[in-house]
Design a binder for this molecule. Sequence first.
Ligand SMILES: Cc1cc2nc3c(=O)[nH]c(=O)nc-3n(C[C@H](O)[C@H](O)[C@H](O)COP(=O)(O)OP(=O)(O)OC[C@H]3O[C@@H](n4cnc5c(N)ncnc54)[C@H](O)[C@@H]3O)c2cc1C
Length: 439
Amino acid sequence: MTIHREVSDPQRRRLMQAALAAAMAAAAPRPAQARAVRTSARIVIVGGGAAGISMAARLRALLDGARITLLDGARQHIYQPGLTLVAAGTWAPAQVIEEQSRWMPRGIEWLQDHAAEIDPVAKAVITAGGKRLPYDFLVVAPGLELAFDQIAGFDPERIGSDGLGCVYAGPEAALGTYRMIMALAEKGGDALMTLPHTPLKCAGAPLKLTFITDDLLRRHGGRGRARVHFLSPLSSVFGVPSVNSRVLELWKQRDIGVSYGARLKAVDPGRRVATFATNDGDVEQGYDFLHVVPPMRAPAVVRQSALAVRSGPLADGGWLDVDKDSLRHRRYPDIFGCGDINGTPRGKTAATVKKGGLVAAANLAAVIAGREPALKFDGYTSCPMVTAIGRAMLIEFDYEGRLTPTLPGVEPLTESWFAWFLEERMLKPAYFAMLKGWT
Ligand SMILES: Cc1cc2nc3c(=O)[nH]c(=O)nc-3n(C[C@H](O)[C@H](O)[C@H](O)COP(=O)(O)OP(=O)(O)OC[C@H]3O[C@@H](n4cnc5c(N)ncnc54)[C@H](O)[C@@H]3O)c2cc1C
């Protein structure tokens, strides 16, 4: 695999020092926490991804005596933000794969099974293996589901062949995506980059992949033989207007075309033809590389339960019906949500888990202590928007789509090597510190 290295940036030394200072500050001893709430409550956590594990670690610190059971059948933990780097050819798949057991907090029970049913009236979770887990409080954190079945003719097994890529489908698929981009660099042709009509995790990833495809084509001498085109089912490519405008400006400079109102509905890999639903009916387009970003929805255990949003735009995906400020369920007050599952207006990133998890855990501890939830989540979301290998823009925003930069001297809409450095070197340790409940 090619490892790309980027060197020149005049601010590099100063920024590196700032990053190291920030890392040291994060590692410094923290002031003593408020006394833990004494309780014998039974807490079940559904899901052991970024949200479930970090919630378990936070609740362990906030509660004394709680009996916490985490339910997740997955043995591997995938560091998903790294998938983009695998598709860029800068990381190997092994760099994003961890043993789940390594990150499970001490003092909790990890049940290696999946939740098949949640009964919020009887207050019990029934597992796929047939076990019944009664709870006093429930944390719902099973992430989301990639709905490949909503794209006719598309088989995720074929990612990495027939010109098909998808960075979302796991480490091997991300590597296969890189190989398909490199095949395009060699032979030339049409790259079609897609976006779903549903809420999606890391809404920046489809844009990053577009920038990366353009950059890899240039680096390997194939840009002149290839056309890169992004198709959005909406009237924009990103939900935050200032970011949307900036991305479009950069794409114009890089000769990346954009179409709106086009939703990928079918793929014929044999003919290499994609069908898009548009206002003017179905339109077929040939491709040499197709980056498929499938519709996303809540896993069935939530989508088909009483916990799902019942009306409005989020009802279709069956997202968890939480209050966006407290992250408490709107009908079942002993249930909190964390992570991608939440039916909130924005924010399906690990950064959202980091800030939102603090709020959800503190509010749950308050409820256990007999108080009302006091903390409010502002919807913080963050995404280092990779604009080339070795360059990115650090985008941070809240529920309202307001930019909320947190690092002094780092302009959100300006490309920098530093933002790339954050994505490539700093985010992974920060992510695992979050799993430990340290940040
Ligand atoms: C390509 C890509 C790039 C990304 N880039 C970034 C980035 O740059 N920055 C950023 O902050 N975020 C990024 N993210 C998003 C981030 O990874 C997710 O938002 C985060 O992992 C969400 O955590 P989660 O725990 O909700 O879901 P996940 O981490 O997906 O974990 C869900 C867990 O629930 C388990 N589960 C599912 N169903 C059940 C069930 N029925 N019972 C029990 N367990 C169940 C699964 O096995 C899994 O372990 C990216 C994601 C992708 C895919």
